[in-house]
Each structure stands twice: as structure tokens, then as C-alpha cells.
Design a protein around this ligand. Structure first.
Ligand SMILES: [Zn+2]
Length: 382
């Protein structure tokens, strides 16, 4: 097959994936998952087992394993995309991919359907060959809304068949190797007070003032957490991001909600942060019975920390000619790592392009991704 023909097939594959509206919520990934399954089934690769894992109505993950009896390579990515919001502002329709100026435009082109397409095209290189080690592909649903697809897959023991010593998640990294990122937590703290007329504040309990007391404790916790540093990721961050309290200008606010975002290094772990916040609340309530607050964890994602000397890091560094680094966002890679497969992040497109109007991935990077994944299959599975 000549180069141009291969390029066309790869871009057609990426465009087909983009044509499925997999915006989460609601997701609706099932038709996209079926398309991936059909594509992989049609390759008739030795020892292929391609399954859809349905975990909710119209929600499916794809789990595919090919040949080989010993642990090999896992290629992984997500099928869902973030909402379009401002469709009128797009130069071309977001779900009809278009190539302009050597860039592939469309919702999900960077995050991360081009990466998935490059993985699928690379897998086609195993067609008609004998695999020494298992090659696996996992395409997940619901990554953008808290990894609900992959969490369901792990809970249902759907990852059991996936035997891999090396893992790659194809999120957009401009084809540079990412082996570390902070974990993420989002929590909401509700301060419960008592409403009263502002003319006599002593009759009520001011929930906003209680929130302010908590903020002072938060500052102490942040300083304590900042003392532990990771060589790649720096220190743990806790940031108040939303506040909502009170109902009227002349009423003592009976309730106030504070939302915090935390980015956690592996040396600290999310439990330490949550415990720290809870003990600040406990401390304040023990000092004053008028202080009442409760904490809810809204979202939690693990940190990624694959050692620099891990084989998967060395292999991907040598294939891309890049030195591995840390990223400022969260991915599903820690979940695969927790399942026993050290997993790096490496894919086409830039995170700056993710989630925006006129999202694109450079065609050259999509092609490079396919070449790198193909070389990995060659080296680790064939
Ligand atoms: Zn993504």
C-alpha cells in the first residue's frame, strides 16, 4: 500500500470516529464502539476476541485482545467527547471532520479520536501475522465525566483478559511521552447555619462566617501539604473554585457551599487531603457547637507516576526521540497502571486544542502516532 493511500485510510478512520456524536453526558458510545468492533473483527487477526462491554443503556466499552500467550502491549483510549456548546462558532460542523492546512478539524480530533484511529490503523499491521505476545485495545466510554466506563469495566472484571506489560493511552501529548501527572479531587463542603433577620445576627448562625473560619484552617493545611514535593509534579494544590451562600441581602445566611479543587501528588494521595479537610471541620466543630459543616467528594482521580527507568518509558522515549515529562491534567493511565500495566500517555494533537471551538490535530502527528504504535506492536508483540 502506498503512503498516500495509508494516509487516506488513517484520516478516514479518524473522520468516521468523529462522525459519531459521543458527547458526554449522555455519551451514547454504543454505535462508535460497534464500529470499532466491526473494524477489528474484519481484520481477522490471529486469536482475536473483540467484545463490547455494555454497562448502561447505549453505553459500551470495547475490549479487544489478539493472539499471544504472554503479556504484551495495551493500547487504550476513550471514545467520548466534551459538549460542543457554541456550534455556530465552528468553521465547519464539529461532527463532520475536515482537513484544512494539514490539520484534521472536528470535535474529538485532538481529544482523542485521532489517537484511537492511529491505534486501530496500527493494529491492522498484525493482520496475517503470528503474535508472540498478547496485543490489547481498550476503548472506553465516559472518560470525560469521571471514568465511569473504565471503572465499570474494572468492577465487572472485564480487564482480566488484558495481559500487558506495557501500556499507552493515546491522549493528546503532541507525541511527547508523559509518565506522570497529579491526581484530581473535587469536594463540596456545605456549611449549615441558621437564617435570621440581619437586624439581630445573634438569633442566627452565619454560614458564610463559618466558611471564612474554615478558609483560615484551609490555609494551614495547604502550607503543610506544600512541604512534600514530587521531583516531576511539584506539590499538592488545594484551591477554592466555587462559593455559593445566602439568599437575601438582609438575612443571615443559613447555608453556604464551598467547592474545592485539589491536584494531588502520589506521595500525598487523595485520602490525606480528604482526611485533612475533614479534620479541619472536626476541629472547628469541637471548638464551637455553632459550627456545622459536611464534606462530599464529588470526583476523584488517581495520580500517575511511572518511574523514568520503566521499560515502557524507555521504549516510547526512544521511538519518539522525546524525553518523558509530567502533564498538568488527569487521564485513565493510573487506572491501567493500578491493574498491573505500567502505562504512559502518548498521542497526537495538543491538550490546548482539546475541548475548544475548531478543535484540530495536525495530520503529521496523527501519522507519526500510527507509526510509533505500529513499531511498538512490532517490537513487543510480533
Ligand atoms: Zn481525553
Amino acid at each position: 500500500m502506498c503512503g498516500t493511500q495509508m494516509q487516506m485510510e488513517l484520516l478516514e478512520l479518524a473522520s468516521s470516529l468523529i462522525s459519531f456524536n459521543t458527547v458526554t453526558p449522555p455519551g451514547n458510545e454504543e454505535p462508535c464502539a460497534r464500529f470499532i468492533k466491526d473494524y477489528l473483527d474484519d481484520l481477522h487477526i490471529q486469536g482475536a476476541e473483540v467484545d463490547l462491554h455494555n454497562f448502561a443503556k447505549d453505553r459500551s466499552n470495547v475490549v479487544a485482545t489478539f493472539g499471544g500467550s504472554s503479556a504484551g502491549l495495551l493500547l487504550a483510549g476513550h471514545m467520548d467527547v466534551v459538549p460542543v456548546n457554541d456550534e455556530g462558532a465552528w468553521t465547519s460542523p464539529p461532527f463532520q471532520a475536515k482537513v484544512r492546512e494539514a490539520r484534521l478539524y472536528g470535535r474529538g480530533s485532538a481529544d482523542m479520536k485521532s489517537g484511537l484511529a492511529a491505534m486501530l490503523a496500527a493494529i491492522s499491521s498484525a493482520k496475517g501475522r503470528r503474535l508472540k505476545r498478547t496485543l490489547s485495545l481498550v476503548a472506553t466510554a465516559g472518560e470525560e465525566v469521571g471514568y465511569d466506563g473504565l471503572i465499570a469495566l474494572v468492577d465487572d472484571k472485564g480487564m482480566k483478559r488484558v495481559k500487558a506489560r506495557y501500556g499507552v493511552v493515546g491522549e493528546p501529548t503532541e507525541m511527547k511521552v508523559v509518565r506522570a501527572h497529579r491526581g484530581g479531587i473535587s469536594v463540596r463542603i456545605t456549611f449549615e447555619g441558621r437564617s435570621a433577620h440581619a437586624g439581630d445576627p445573634s438569633l442566627g448562625i452565619n454560614s458564610i462566617e463559618n466558611c471564612t473560619l474554615f478558609m483560615k484552617h484551609l490555609d494551614v493545611l495547604r502550607k503543610r501539604l506544600a512541604k512534600t514535593k514530587d521531583p516531576d509534579l511539584g506539590h499538592t494544590i488545594v484551591t477554592p473554585t466555587m462559593i455559593n451562600g445566602g439568599s437575601k441581602s438582609n438575612v443571615i445566611p443559613g447555608s453556604c457551599e464551598l467547592t474545592l479543587d485539589s491536584r494531588v501528588i502520589p506521595e500525598i494521595g487523595s485520602k490525606t487531603v480528604i482526611d485533612g479537610l475533614n479534620s479541619a471541620i472536626a476541629d472547628l466543630s469541637s471548638r464551637d457547637e455553632r459550627f456545622k459543616a459536611r464534606l462530599e467528594v464529588l470526583y476523584q482521580a488517581s495520580a500517575l507516576s511511572v518511574p523514568r527507568e520503566a521499560e515502557v518509558v524507555k521504549i516510547t522515549e526512544s521511538l519518539t526521540g522525546s524525553r518523558s515529562a509530567a502533564a498538568p491534567y488527569c487521564t485513565e493511565a493510573p487506572i491501567y497502571s493500578e491493574q498491573g500495566t505500567p502505562t504512559v500517555v502518548l498521542g497526537p494533537g495538543s491538550v490546548k486544542q482539546a475541548h475548544i471551538v475548531d478543535e484540530y490535530a495536525p495530520v503529521e502527528q496523527i501519522e507519526r502516532a500510527e507509526a510509533v504504535y505500529r513499531q511498538m506492536i512490532e517490537k513487543l508483540c510480533l
